[in-house]
Design a protein around this ligand. Structure first.
Ligand code: FE2
Length: 387
C-alpha cells in the first residue's frame, strides 16, 4: 500500500482503518512502552496541583522542592490510573520554567516517553536527526536508578526518554512520596493521545520527522474538507508508534473565512505546542458527571446534535438520555463506536484543553464530531474577539 500523505487524499475513515496493521511487524529500534508522564510548566504549581486533584480526581503521589533539597523549583506529581502529570514552577525570575511560563502561559513542556532502553533510543533518534535537549544521564537514590535523556519536539516542547526498569520509587530519584487531598478518582485510566498544533505548512514536516526519528507510521489524516465550518478550518494527520500506545495527531491551521482555532492557539501560545491531551475512561457518563460536579467546564453540545447523529445511536450501549444530559459526543467507524467530550481551555489563554474519551471498538478520533466541536469552540472564540 503506498504511503498516504496529508493534503493528498481524502479518504473515508473506514478505508483508513483498513490500512492499519496494529502492533504487527518486527520490533522497533526505539521501543516505547507508553507515555511515562506529561510535565506542565506553570505559574503556581501548588495551586495547579489542587485544581487537578479537586477538579480532575488526580492523587498527589510525589513532590520535589526546597523541602527535599531541590532549591530552584517545585514539582508535584499527580497520578490517576496510568496517567501521570507533573506540575512544575520555577522559584526565581530568570528561571527557565518562569521564562517559559511568561512566554507561553501554563502549558505542556514535556511529553515523556517510557522506553525500554533510553541510551539506545536516544542514540537512534539523534542519528536519525532528532535535536538533543540533554544526553542520557543516570539518576539514582535509595530506590534504584533511572536513565533519562531528552530530545526536542515542536516549539519549546520536548520528549524525555525515561527508562525506569531499575527503579522502585514513587516517581523519579529526588522525589519524595507525598500525600494529597485523598483519593477522588474520576475514572481516568490512561493517555489515549496527545495532540500538537504546528504552524501552517509545517504539519507534513513534523509527520515525516516522527516517521524518520521514531519509526512512527501514518495512522489517519483529515484535511480541511473534513474539518471545516463556515468560518475556520484545519488539517490534521495522526502518527502512531509500533504498539499504538503512542498516538500523536498533528494539526495545522487552514484558510477559512475567519481565523482558524489553530491559529488562535499559535498566537496565544506564541508558537507550536500541545493543544489537547485525551484521557481514556471505561465509563464516560460517570467520569463526565464527576468532572462536571467538580466544576470542570466542557464545550457546549446543543440538543440538535443528537438529532443530527440519530443514525449513529442504534446499538450504543449507553443511555442516550444520559449522553444528552452530559453533552457527550458519539462517533462510529467500521470497528465500533467511541464517545468523547472536550473541556474548555484550562488556562486564561485559549491554549491547552482536555478530551475525555471512551472507546468501544472504534480506533478513530471522532471525525464525525469535528464540525459540532468546532462550532462550539468558535462560539467561544467569537466571544473572545478572536474569530
Ligand atoms: Fe483528540
Amino acid at each position: 500500500m503506498p504511503r498516504l500523505r496529508a493534503h493528498a487524499t481524502i479518504m473515508a475513515m473506514d478505508t483508513l482503518v483498513d490500512t492499519m496493521n496494529a502492533g504487527t511487524g518486527p520490533a522497533p529500534e526505539i521501543e516505547i512502552m507508553g507515555t511515562d508522564h506529561i510535565e506542565f510548566w506553570v505559574g503556581n504549581a501548588r495551586q495547579a496541583a489542587y485544581y487537578y486533584q479537586r477538579a480532575f480526581g488526580f492523587d498527589l503521589v510525589a513532590y520535589a522542592g526546597p523541602e527535599t533539597g531541590l532549591r530552584d523549583r517545585a514539582s508535584y506529581v499527580l497520578q490517576q490510573g496510568k496517567v501521570r502529570f507533573v506540575l512544575t514552577t520555577g522559584l526565581s525570575p530568570d528561571h527557565p520554567v518562569v521564562r517559559h511560563q511568561a512566554l507561553h502561559g501554563d502549558g505542556v513542556r514535556d511529553v515523556a516517553l517510557w522506553v525500554t532502553d533510553a541510551r539506545k533510543a536516544f542514540a537512534t533518534a539523534v542519528a536519525r536527526g532528532a535535536t538533543v535537549v540533554h544526553e542520557p544521564e543516570v539518576r539514582a537514590d535509595a530506590d534504584g536508578e533511572v536513565v533519562v535523556a531528552a530530545i526536542a519536539a515542536a516549539g519549546d516542547t520536548i520528549h524525555s526518554l525515561v527508562q525506569r526498569d531499575g527503579y522502585a520509587g514513587a516517581f523519579l530519584p529526588g522525589f519524595q512520596p507525598a500525600r494529597g487531598l485523598g483519593q477522588m478518582d474520576a475514572g481516568l485510566r490512561y493517555v489515549d493521545h496527545v495532540v500538537t498544533n504546528v504552524e501552517d505548512g509545517r504539519m507534513v514536516a513534523w509527520q515525516q520527522h516522527y516517521e524518520k526519528v521514531f519509526g512512527f507510521r501514518f495512522f489517519a489524516n483529515f484535511d480541511d474538507k473534513d474539518i471545516s465550518t463556515e468560518f475556520s478550518a484545519l488539517r490534521s494527520v495522526v502518527v502512531a508508534n509500533h504498539n499504538e500506545r503512542i498516538k500523536m495527531p498533528i494539526n495545522e491551521p487552514a484558510e477559512g473565512r475567519r481565523r482558524s482555532q489553530i491559529q488562535e492557539y499559535l498566537d496565544f501560545y506564541q508558537g507550536p505546542g500541545v493543544q489537547h491531551i485525551a484521557l481514556a475512561t471505561d465509563d464516560i457518563v460517570a467520569t463526565v458527571r464527576t468532572l462536571r460536579g467538580n466544576g470542570v467546564a466542557f464545550q457546549y453540545t446543543p440538543d440538535s446534535y443528537y438529532n443530527a447523529i440519530a443514525d449513529r445511536l442504534p446499538g450504543v450501549a449507553e443511555d442516550v438520555e444520559e449522553l444528552k444530559a452530559m453533552g457527550i459526543l458519539v462517533d462510529r467507524d467500521d470497528k465500533g463506536y467511541m464517545l468523547q467530550l472536550f473541556t474548555k481551555p484550562v488556562e486564561d489563554r485559549p491554549t491547552l484543553f482536555f478530551e475525555i474519551i471512551q472507546r468501544r471498538g472504534s480506533t478513530s478520533f471522532g471525525k464525525g464530531n469535528f464540525k459540532a466541536l468546532f462550532e462550539s469552540i468558535e462560539r467561544d472564540q467569537a466571544a473572545r474577539g478572536n474569530l
